[in-house]
Design a protein around this ligand. Structure first.
Ligand SMILES: [Zn+2]
Length: 239
């Protein structure tokens, strides 16, 4: 009896460890089971890519575009399909300004444990919305919350789609910069050649990120960095 309990609890511990490993693995920025994944591009050129997740929101898209236009910066916007369909005029503004657009799923759900049919639905409906907004280039993909495990990488690899993560995350919970100066300093300290910087600027709660954006651009320029879209950055990869 006692022996059975020991074996039983051993199995439970093993299962928990496996689940924990899968949970951690699903958030990895640099590896996945199938297909290409990029968190930073190995390059000698002093270039970085600014990327913005979520939206487009009716309220803040214009403000962000104005900041980028004033500083002559091209960026990459990973848009949510549902919000793109609901806010087509804002999506069109981003397209017309010449920025790159990526797919960030339709409903912004955690896709790590999602079935293949739902994965397909999330991706294809978002692509359709992005095309309706007039975007013509290759559409890169970024998973919501950076989470993926089996079905999502499988589907993307079967369709020759690239997964784009990030290596500098100034407004994340881990860095929690409470003001724009701290957020800017974080980027100055962490950006390298080929870095992919992620920022969230589309919602009201992200005032600090929007405030920091001009400073981040000016600061990186002062350090000698140029700004490219993610697709351009991928072409700069060292052979
Ligand atoms: Zn997101």
């Amino acid at each position: 009896m006692a022996r059975r309990i020991v074996i039983g609890s051993g199995i439970v511990v093993v299962i928990l460890l496996v689940l924990l490993s899968l949970h951690l693995y699903s958030a990895s920025r640099t590896t996945q089971l199938f297909g290409e994944i990029t968190a930073r591009v190995e390059t000698d050129k002093p270039v970085v890519a600014l990327t913005f997740d979520d939206g487009p929101s009716p309220r803040f898209t214009k403000d962000v575009l104005t900041i980028l236009k004033d500083r002559n910066v091209k960026a990459t916007f990973f848009l949510i399909g549902k919000e793109t369909a609901e806010n087509l005029p804002q999506a069109r503004l981003i397209v017309d300004a010449g920025h790159e657009i990526g797919n960030h799923s339709y409903t912004h759900s955690n896709m790590a444990w999602m079935g293949l049919a739902s994965v397909k639905d999330e991706i294809e409906r978002t692509d359709a919305a992005i095309r309706t907004a007039g975007y013509q280039g290759e559409i890169l993909f970024r998973p919501p919350y950076g989470k993926k495990l089996l079905t999502l990488p499988w589907y993307l690899s079967q369709h020759d789609r690239k997964t784009i993560m990030w290596d500098v995350e100034p407004d994340s919970e881990t860095a929690t910069p409470e003001n724009a100066d701290a957020m800017t300093q974080y980027v100055m300290d962490h950006a390298k050649n080929g870095s992919i910087i992620i920022l969230h600027v589309m919602y009201r709660s992200r005032d600090v990120s929007r405030q920091a954006l001009p400073q981040i651009i000016d600061g990186l320029r002062q350090k000698g960095f140029g700004f490219v879209t993610v697709s351009e950055l991928l072409k700069d990869r060292k052979p």
